[in-house]
Design a protein around this ligand. Structure first.
Ligand SMILES: NC(=O)c1ccc[n+]([C@@H]2O[C@H](COP(=O)([O-])OP(=O)(O)OC[C@H]3O[C@@H](n4cnc5c(N)ncnc54)[C@H](OP(=O)(O)O)[C@@H]3O)[C@@H](O)[C@H]2O)c1
Length: 269
């Protein structure tokens, strides 16, 4: 009898595990499916109304620092909670990947918002949408990496892992340097805009967004999972669309805007 109960428990766990993995695959598929739609809407119809395009037509406005902190925090707390409540047999690859995800969102939640200089307030609807996205993606990446990934012990020595981690590091460094260039364009108390110069801004209009895209492409290459690929596709399509609208805005605003500066990809687009 006990053997039968044990077997049934094992079967239940297996089914729950399989169903959860199916859910994570479905979530990744949905994100991949809606990303091109979001891209087209931004490029053809609506500037996402935060920062330079902020507008009270999208709900009451909240302080930009509060918005960034509250909207990004699920992408920090969900992986931390999952990590501390997971079984202890986490492979080195899963541990490094979830560590990098947590590192990125610790910076984005706890450091980035408090360094912003003169940022425009954010409409509540945009902060809520960003919060939903961070919850969705935080859950998807954490559950995959900590409950369902199946990396071998030597995955961290595979070429795709090493190349992916190098791209992630370069992307995050570039993102931070470019965010810092933008911040330093303003003296304390200023809220206006200037033409950014230096680092990736010599090549593209939004060096910070380009850096962030490379970061998540690297993460996807190192992880080689549908879930990480979905986030990379979203980052590529959302951030390239945002870069397009920013680029058009720069050209209209500054007559002396550098003519050879590309929208998103150095030398190409
Ligand atoms: N992973 C993702 O899906 C995702 C999505 C969105 C953002 N992010 C990341 O979040 C960070 C911020 O994104 P964002 O869209 O807010 O970037 P952004 O439009 O480049 O703005 C960043 C900050 O710099 C200021 N700024 C921008 N251009 C300026 C200029 N020409 N002169 C002076 N100040 C300028 C902005 O002030 P104002 O508020 O006054 O415009 C804002 O405080 C980036 O690192 C980005 O990669 C990630």
């Amino acid at each position: 009898m006990e053997i039968l109960i044990g077997l049934s428990d094992k079967l239940n766990n297996l089914m729950r595990g399989k169903n959860e993995l199916r859910l994570l695959d479905l979530m990744a598929g949905i994100l991949i499916g809606i990303s091109p739609i979001i891209h087209l809407i931004i490029v053809k119809k609506v500037n996402v109304p935060y920062g330079r395009f902020s507008s009270s037509n999208w709900g009451f406005l909240i302080n930009v620092r509060v918005a960034w902190f509250l909207q990004e925090i699920p992408a920090l707390t969900i992986p931390l909670y999952t990590l501390f409540t997971s079984p202890t047999d986490i492979t080195p690859a899963s541990f490094i990947l979830i560590g990098l995800f947590i590192f990125h969102y610790a910076h984005r939640t706890l450091i980035y918002p408090f360094k912003i200089r003169g940022g425009k307030p954010t409409p509540i609807s945009i902060a809520v949408l960003a919060c939903i996205f961070c919850t969705y993606n935080g859950y998807m990446q954490s559950m995959f990496l900590l409950h369902h990934s199946n990396y071998s012990m030597d995955w961290i020595y595979q070429p795709n892992f090493i190349i992916g981690i190098c791209l992630f590091a370069w992307g995050m460094k570039t993102n931070m340097i470019c965010d810092s260039i933008l911040r330093n364009l303003r003296k304390p108390g200023e809220t206006g805009y200037k033409i950014p110069k230096g680092d990736m801004f010599e090549y593209v209009s939004c060096g910070n967004l380009f850096g962030e895209t490379v970061e998540w492409l690297g993460f996807a290459i190192a992880s080689w999972s549908l879930q990480a690929a979905a986030f990379a596709v979203f980052a590529l399509l959302y951030l390239s669309a945002r870069s397009y609208t920013n680029h058009q805005w720069y050209i209209k605003k500054f007559e002396d805007y550098p003519k050879d500066r590309k929208i998103f990809i150095p030398y190409l687009i």
